[in-house]
Design a protein around this ligand. Sequence first.
Ligand SMILES: C[S@@+](CC[C@H](N)C(=O)[O-])C[C@H]1O[C@@H](n2cnc3c(N)ncnc32)[C@H](O)[C@@H]1O
Length: 260
Amino acid sequence: MTQNPTPIHESVREHYAAQARASQPCCGDSSSCCDSKNALYPVELLTNLPDDVASFSLGCGNPFAEAGLKPGETVLDLGSGGGLDCFLAAKQVGESGHVIGVDMTPEMLERARLAASRLGVRNVEFREGYLEKLPVEDASVDVVISNCVINLSPDKPQVFREVFRVLRSPDPVSGKPGGRLAVSDIVTDGPLPEELQKNMEAWGACVAGALDVSEYITGLADAGFTDVKVQPKGDASELIEAAGLKGKIFSAAITARRPL
Ligand SMILES: C[S@@+](CC[C@H](N)C(=O)[O-])C[C@H]1O[C@@H](n2cnc3c(N)ncnc32)[C@H](O)[C@@H]1O
């Protein structure tokens, strides 16, 4: 971080620590043992994962629909939570690939590391850190994914600069293009009511901090990205209906690429 964690970080961390504690993993082996499902992903993506891992998702979309992960790639998941997206990415990049999950909430990291050891996955690691100061080397990542997290940051321009820093630049010798970003996030169509923007509970619920679509596009372009696209994907129903904001705030797939 360029500065200390803000009150928003503290409040968001408490919110997600409580979520991690409230939903404990339920088995010591990899058998299927819970009833809940995960509506964000096609079932075939979730095969061979224990139900308590597959269903512990706090995301708002399917970043893999746009990420196009390939064997051997290095993937970074921003705000990896219980680790589900890291495990799905790990299957797609295979043993020659590598996946790094970054999260600021120790309770989430603990849960994700426990699941990794139960699953026996060797190409995934979880690092404690902030999106605004990623514990990741410059130009070392092929693909940045994230699921419903960037809206929670109080300093989105800094997150976009950090994502740009860690993505690989294009290789003019091999012709390999620059690294790419493929995230699912909550966005808005116009500003939210000011009172709502200051409501900490609504920050934690991925509502109050959501960026306007045009600010998302400008923010990524200002950080240096090209091919920036924001595609609406749905209204993230319960969340939005609870806040009485149907049509004003929705889930989107956001993609961009690092140029030279
Ligand atoms: C809505 S949950 C999403 C978790 C996961 N991506 C998923 O789909 O289940 C948000 C996660 O991001 C983490 N987080 C929020 N803001 C963060 C920040 N500024 N830096 C690092 N992690 C953050 C939280 O600790 C939490 O685990």
